[in-house]
Design a protein around this ligand. Structure first.
Ligand code: SF4
Length: 280
């Protein structure tokens, strides 16, 4: 099988930075314990590798004693996590992606000025939970134009809208257009990360050149699942986490496969899949 790889695929700048920072901490930890609040990234295989190296995953600060080292992952966290960590005298290794940090700053600035915050994104995604925590968890979180109808806007209020970094640009634009028709004082901050867009555009280009697409990435990775949906509209698409999930019988009928991967997929997993496909 001929295999083509998307121009932009796999670890983005923010994830690469966070994973390198976390690995450095584990390399130099000595006898001390290093914790991460939630899985480092939405990729089980990579997370397992870090756990083998000694990383301990927790869901809440209450689970660990004071004075420990805590890695904050690239998705970022709410302001309260920083204050709680300080009161427990934790040593924080903050790997929050700078693009996410920028959203925290925007949300805090406008919320402090009295603006109501609107976040376009998935309400249960850790990035959104973190962002909402910089405006006292008072943001309206919406993920579609329809959801706007459930909000009653006040003409006397000012609003600021931001987006999840992995939001779809077209959908964000449509939501903003509808918000603008309902809100007089609306500040729009398009905080979609370019890395996401780049991966989506490369996936579209490649999907148009091949017989099928293989998208590698975590089932819970929002940017991976967006790549899957984009590719599905163009060619038959296989969504996998590792090469073991490839279905040989289904792939045999295709001559050229395109490969792309979500922003939290490590290179070694991508390489394994490519090698496997080439052997078909
Ligand atoms: S997708 Fe963008 S915002 Fe998210 S971690 Fe990567 S570089 Fe940062």
């Amino acid at each position: 099988m001929e295999v083509k790889i998307a121009e932009n695929a796999g670890f983005c700048f923010g994830v690469k930075r966070a994973m390198n920072m976390a690995w450095d901490e584990l390399e130099n930890k000595g006898d001390s314990q290093v914790y991460s609040l939630g899985p480092l990234i939405h990729n089980k295989q990579a997370v397992d590798k870090y756990k083998e190296k000694g990383l301990i995953e927790i869901d809440s600060l209450d689970e660990i004693p004071n004075d420990r080292k805590l890695i904050i992952r690239s998705h970022g966290v709410a302001k309260k996590i920083y204050t709680d960590s300080q009161s427990k005298n934790m040593d924080i290794v903050d790997t929050t992606c700078p693009y996410v940090k920028k959203i925290h700053d925007i949300v805090k600035e406008f919320s402090d000025k009295g603006y109501k915050i609107i976040i376009v994104g998935n309400a249960i995604h850790p990035e959104i939970i973190g962002i909402n925590g910089w405006c006292n968890n008072e943001a309206y979180v919406i993920n579609s134009e329809e959801e706007i109808n459930s909000i009653s806007f006040n003409d006397n209020d000012q609003y600021c809208v931001v987006s999840q970094t992995t939001a779809n640009l077209d959908s964000f634009d449509r939501i903003v257009e509808k918000l603008q028709s309902k809100i007089e004082n609306l500040i729009v901050k398009n905080t979609i990360c370019f890395a996401t867009k780049e991966r989506q555009l490369s996936a579209i280009d490649l999907a148009n050149e091949v017989d099928c697409m293989v998208v590698i990435g975590g089932k819970h990775s929002s940017n991976t699942q967006k790549l899957v949906n984009i590719c599905k509209d163009i060619v038959p698409t296989f969504s996998i986490e590792t090469k073991e999930e490839l279905e040989l019988e289904k792939l045999k009928g295709f001559k050229i496969a395109g490969v792309t991967a979500g922003a939290s997929t490590p290179d070694w997993i991508i390489d394994e899949v490519i090698e496997y496909l080439k052997e078909i």
